[in-house]
Design a protein around this ligand. Structure first.
Ligand code: C2E
Ligand code: CA
Ligand code: CA
Length: 313
């Protein structure tokens, strides 16, 4: 049998007698609260119990139960943010989920997607997102302006060996094909089972889907992913793009990533472009594709249908 290196991490929650509880039950309960807090903060750490953590837990509990109800009723909407080339022509769209709860108002997906992942609700949302992406791709084709439509895949969806079939069955009854869809995967979505991810991504690539590595540079072992996994594109996270106009080191880093990716025949997309200065610098560094508030905010599908075909607002 081949030798394998397994890397394990552990999190711990700390409750101290008698400050955090006089009875054993109270101590164990509070240590559990501290443990959940440690996992929320990114795992592999030790956190001590504080009274405020309970309140946080209660808010989470409320959000999870509202989220569960929203999943049952399919209460989500989808918008899409255009991506542009150096001439600012639209070349694609990223589908993003939106949730408005009567009790909580608008909740950011950055907040509820991780909760949905932890509580087994991501399947429903993920399936609706795929369906929305297929619908947009079909509408764009019917309007004679086909463009790649991206959809975000959560870690859990990547562990589903039926993902390919799900995608193909959504496409089967539509006017779109795998070539119209781009699948965005984050580094953290890959760490759990790299070999399984490799198999699945290779299968999806062979079916004709475009594959993009999302939030590049924010996770772990990015370079080994670039070497081993069959991505077409790399989406450079906003945290790198932010300083590109006025920080020479940030600019050099991006130039390096662009070179590296082009040597590996992968295309770089810069995310979160907000200023003309950032855009100019990114163009000068050789970035071919961009996404950000400078060009377009995420839009309703109706608003996308009304965009002029030049892509300019
Ligand atoms: P992401 O995949 O990195 O998506 C891009 C996020 O950056 C979106 O936030 C978008 O509105 C925001 N953004 C775009 N341009 C700019 C800019 O110029 N400046 C700034 N400050 N922000 C910009 P959003 O829609 O809040 O989504 C947050 C995250 O939630 C996404 O990050 C993605 O990880 C997750 N997400 C959203 N929709 C879905 C979905 O349908 N499925 C899954 N699994 N995750 C989703
Ligand atoms: Ca994304
Ligand atoms: Ca991203």
């Amino acid at each position: 049998m081949a030798e394998k290196a397994l890397s394990l991490t552990a999190s711990a929650g700390l409750a101290v007698y008698p400050e955090d509880g006089e009875a054993a039950e109270a101590l164990v309960l509070n240590a559990g609260t501290a443990l959940r807090h440690a996992k929320r903060l990114g795992r592999a750490r030790v956190e001590a119990y504080e009274p405020g953590l309970d309140e946080h837990g209660l808010q989470r509990l409320t959000m999870v139960s509202l989220l569960r109800r929203a999943c049952e009723r399919d209460d989500f909407r989808f918008v899409a943010q255009p991506r542009v080339d150096v001439a600012r022509r639209i070349v694609g769209y990223e589908v993003l989920v939106r949730w408005h709860s009567l009790e909580l108002g608008w909740v950011s997906p950055a907040q509820f997607i991780p909760l949905a992942e932890e509580n087994g609700l991501i399947d429903r949302i993920g399936r609706s997102a795929i369906r929305a992406a297929v619908r947009l791709a079909t509408e764009l084709r019917a309007a004679g302006r086909p463009a790649k439509v991206s959809v975000n895949l959560a870690a859990k969806q990547l562990q589903d060996p039926l993902l390919g079939e799900i995608l193909l069955s959504e496409l089967a009854t539509s006017g779109a094909s795998p070539e119209d869809l781009e699948l965005e995967v984050t580094e953290s979505g890959l760490v759990q089972d790299i070999e399984g991810a490799h198999r699945l991504l290779t299968q999806l690539r062979n079916e004709g889907f475009t594959l993009a590595l999302d939030d590049f540079g924010t996770g772990y072992s990015s370079l080994s992913y670039l070497q081993t996994l069959p991505f077409h594109k790399v989406k450079l996270d906003r945290s790198f793009v932010k300083d590109v106009a006025d920080d020479a080191r940030a600019a050099r880093l991006i130039a390096g990533v662009v070179d590296l990716c082009s040597a590996l025949e992968m295309q770089v997309v810069a995310e979160g472009v907000e200023t003309e200065g950032q855009f100019e610098r990114l163009v000068a560094l050789g970035t071919p594709e961009f996404q950000g508030f400078l060009f377009h905010r995420p839009l309703d599908f109706d608003a996308i249908a009304r965009l002029p075909s030049s892509g300019r607002p």
